[in-house]
Every structure is written in C-alpha cells, then in structure tokens.
Design a binder for this molecule. Structure first.
Ligand SMILES: [Zn+2]
Length: 460
C-alpha cells in the first residue's frame, strides 16, 4: 500500500513538474515574441496620433471603432462584429477660461465631463472654499450665489494611487448637485492629480440630480487650486470668472467591437478579454485606454503568432463609453445574459500601459490562493510580475459581471505611480507610453490568458 501510494505521488509530481516546465517555456516564448515582434506600440501610435482622443458619440470614436474592427479582421479570428450601443454625446465646446478678479490671474480649468455651460458671457462670483462637501452644511446660507471650490489634496503617501483616487472621486461626481441644492452657482473641483506641481486640470465624469438645478462644474489644476486658496486667504472677497460652453447633444449610435477566436475543446465556454476604446476628449487617450485595447489585442496576436490553439473561445471586446456612461459594457452584459452565454473568465486592461505588476482577481479566497501557489512563481522571479491579489475586476467587467456573478475576473495592474499624473489630461499622449513597458504588459496578459485557457478547470 505504501509503495503504491508513493508511486502514485511520484507520478503526480512528475506530471505537475512537466506541466510547469511546459508553462515556463511557453511564457518564455510569449515574452520573446512580445519584445521582438509586438505591435501594440505601433498600433497605439496610429490610434493616438492618426485618430486621437475619442469621446463616445464623436466622429473620432466611430473612426476608432471601424479601424479596430479592421485590425481584428486582419488577424486569425473566426468572427469580428460590431455590437450596437446607444451613447450620450457630450461636447466640451470652446476652450474653457477662468481667472481671479480683480487681478485677472489665470487659472487652468477643464469642464468636468457632463457639465452644462456658463453661456458665452461666463459668470463671476465670490468663492467659498471647503475641503469636503460635508463641510458645506456648516456654511448654511453663505453658499448661496457663490462658486464652491472643493480643495481636497491628494494623499501622496498612498502607493496604490487608485485607492487615493477613490478617496476623493465621489466629491467630483456628487459636487454639482450638493452645491446647487444650497444655492451655489458653480462648482470648482481640485483635480484628482497625484502631483502637487501639476498645472494640468484633470477632467472626469460628474452628474446632476433630477429636480436640482444643473450648475457648471469645472476641474482646476492642483497648482491652480493651491494658488487660489492662497489668494482667498489674502482676500476672501476675491471673485473668480469662469466660462465654458459644454453641452449635451442627445444620443448617438455607436458600437462595441468584438472578435472571437473559437475554442477547440470547449467552444461554448468564453473567456472575455479587453478594455474600453473611448477616451476623454483631451490628450490622446494613450494610457487611458489606448494601451489597454491595443495591449489585449496584441496579447491575442502573440498567442496566434505562436501557433497556439485555445481550448475555450477567446472573445476580445473593445467597450464603448466607459468614461461617461458605461453603456457599452451594459449592452455587452445584457446581450450575453439574454443569449444565456457561458462566460467562464474575464481579463480587463484599463489601468495604463506602465510596467506590469500583476493582476487583481475577483474570485474566492481559495481560488486566489491556488493562483498564488501555482501561477505566481511562473511570473515572479523572471518577469517581475508578482501581484496576484483578490480585488475588483475593472469597471467594464464589473458592470457586465453583474449578470455573471460566478465568472472569475482578472484586472491587469501595471505600476501605479505615474498613472494619475496623466489620467484624463492633455498629457495622456503617445509619448507618455514606453514601448518596452507596454510590450512587457502585453506578455504578462498573454501569459495569463494562456494559463487561464489551459488550467481553468483546475481552478474551479
Ligand atoms: Zn479608462
């Protein structure tokens, strides 16, 4: 009995060693192909330089859709198609203007996504500065007629910059309604920037509440916020002039772009991979999210180039309208649910194209432990990819995932230090992306996709 057991254990060990060896050599080949032959960087150049930024509903967003579809059609996918999505179309209008009165010292501002305009003549008013929206209650009637300036600095001590972003971002979305409720005339929000020496304003979505007046809402650069605060300390009666002409232009027809690489063993089981193709309407949408779309596409291209045959169907999805509505991921989820599809795993890339660090995983604690034990060693020493932690799945996967609560989801995590310096600004351009870092991320994603496809059954 003892001998039989030992020989069984021995065989199992040899088997798993062989599998690990096979995985190690596959990962080596993936990394080599990505570094020597990757096309993510060149594709990103086209997306950012030839097409440019691409807010949902715009002509450029549709250009990006049609170009992406063509890219996918040139690959060995079995099917490529567009999925209709209705999106709201918001237009920024003329370049925003803001300055202090009476000095006319300029302030760098950007309308928040979804903001109404001030009209061509602009508006000027005294400014009430607070750190938190909840402080407004203390000021009672003093809010009436004022521009409310929320000046909450970024917590620079938090290395996971996404968490620092999360601490302040709800003030961006809730601000205009809370200020309008108390009679404020406009909302000025300190940009969500990881740097105090940043004079670029960062846009991002905001929202209004039905039944409460919609007031203009603008982001001010971190440098501008610090300066305005100093001016208000010297002269609390200073006024600020702002002008923006942004407006909503109804609903537009748009699309998700989808491509499928049919599985050879389990074609009805789908692994969804991708990111959002839209961007804010400034900069070039390079890190957010050109790298995520071009990177996931190139991860699949890398596996194709190596002659890989997937067991499961691999479905690449470029979602429309993540930035101001998530209508693309809602449509994707509703459609997949209505068709009763079996989406067994998902990978999303929407955190920039910096050097890869790992993946956040939406799965049970046991599943994450298994991944840490079996997969993490394949990445850690050689490729410097070591973060495999339970976490959130990414915005788009999170939205459609409400229909698929049991799907294991992976959220690509590159180095977080510089992302929120560029995020939603004019600085998010092609030149801010490093080719080697990007292709290293492509290799990490392709490696994960390979492991998920090969070993998903062991995980479940
Ligand atoms: Zn994004």
């Amino acid at each position: 009995m003892k001998t039989i057991l030992s020989s069984f254990v021995f065989t199992a060990l040899i088997g798993s060693a062989a599998v690990a060896q096979q995985d190690t050599s596959m990962l080596d080949r993936i990394y080599k192909t990505s570094f020597y032959d990757g096309q993510a960087y060149d594709n990103l150049r086209y997306l950012t330089k030839e097409i440019g930024h691409r807010i949902a509903g715009s002509k450029r967003a549709e250009e990006a859709v049609l170009w992406s579809k063509k890219l996918m059609e040139e690959m060995a996918f079995n099917t490529v198609y567009l999925q209709d999505v209705q999106v709201p179309y918001w237009d920024r209008g003329m370049k925003e203007e803001a300055y202090v009165l009476p000095s006319r010292e300029p302030l760098q501002v950007l309308a928040l996504g979804g903001s109404v305009g001030t009209g061509n003549s602009g508006l000027s008013a005294e400014v009430l500065e607070v750190e938190l929206l909840s402080d407004l209650k203390k000021h009672g009637d003093a809010v009436r007629g004022k521009i409310v300036f929320v000046n909450k600095p970024w917590d620079e001590s938090i290395v996971e910059t996404g968490a620092a972003y999360g601490l302040n971002s709800s003030q961006r979305s809730r601000g205009p309604a809370e200020v309008a409720k108390l009679g404020g005339v406009a909302y000025l929000f300190r940009s969500l920037s990881s740097s105090r020496i940043d004079d670029y304003p960062h846009t991002g979505g905001t929202r209004y509440v039905e039944g409460i007046d919609s007031i203009p809402a603008l982001a001010i650069s971190a440098v501008g916020a610090i300066r305005l605060s100093e001016i208000l300390k010297e002269n609390p009666k200073s006024k600020v002039f702002i002008r923006n002409t942004s407006q909503w232009n109804g609903v537009a027809n748009s699309h998700n772009v989808i491509a499928e690489w049919r599985g050879t063993e389990k074609p009805d089981e789908i692994i969804t991979i991708g990111g959002h193709i839209d961007s804010w309407d400034i900069g070039e949408g390079a890190h957010d999210n050109g790298t995520g779309t071009m990177g996931t596409l190139d991860a699949i291209r890398t596996l194709m180039k190596l002659g890989y045959k997937p067991k499961h169907t691999i479905r690449l999805v470029f979602y429309m309208n993540e930035e101001n509505g998530v209508n693309g991921s809602m449509k994707y989820g509703e459609t997949a649910k209505a068709k009763n599809e079996r989406i067994v795993a998902a990978i999303e890339s929407d955190a920039g194209g910096f050097a890869p660090r790992g993946f956040d995983i939406k799965a049970s604690a046991e599943q994450v432990q298994w991944i840490q034990k079996e997969w993490k060693p394949l990445f850690e020493e050689k490729f410097w990819v070591s973060r495999f932690l339970q976490g959130s799945p990414g915005v788009d996967s999170g939205v459609w995932g409400r229909h698929f609560p049991n799907t294991i989801m992976f959220n690509f995590r590159p180095d977080p230090h510089r992302y929120f310096d560029l995020h939603h600004t004019a600085k998010d351009v092609f030149e801010a992306v490093d080719k080697r870092e990007l292709q290293s991320g492509v290799a990490a994603i392709a490696s994960l996709l390979y492991l998920v496809d090969q070993q998903l059954d062991l995980l479940q």
